[in-house]
Design a protein. Structure first.
Length: 115
């Protein structure tokens, strides 16, 4: 996948997230712009990593040297996936916390967990 295609996917995701959080108060919009961009990037990287993990698994045989038996270890992409997923979840939580309760379905904090 080339850079232009990835950037287009990021922009599409950025628009999707912006629509989700359109009810964030105007005085906080500037603050969240960076969070939305980063969330979109993370989401695309997560999707790509997920495809790789599905194709190649999350563990691999690793051999330190020819004199040592190979063993299974977590693939680096799986570790990155876990770290990025945590960062994505934190950003989405920050964004959902900025939406007024009256704008969320049901008007309570439990509905935010659905995002």
């Amino acid at each position: 996948m080339d850079i232009d295609e990835r950037e287009e996917r990021v922009l599409k995701e950025q628009r999707r997230i912006t629509r989700l959080f359109k009810d964030i108060p105007p005085n906080k919009k500037k603050v969240v712009e960076g969070l939305i961009v980063q969330a979109a990037r993370l989401r695309i990287m997560l999707d790509d990593a997920w495809n790789d993990i599905n194709e190649n698994g999350d563990v691999e045989l690793f051999q330190q040297s020819s004199s040592v038996e190979p063993y299974e270890r977590e693939r680096p992409v799986a570790k990155l996936f876990n770290a990025r997923d945590g960062a994505y979840q934190k950003i989405m939580k920050q964004l959902s916390d900025l939406v007024p309760d009256t704008q969320m379905p049901g008007g309570n904090n439990k509905s935010r967990d659905l995002l």
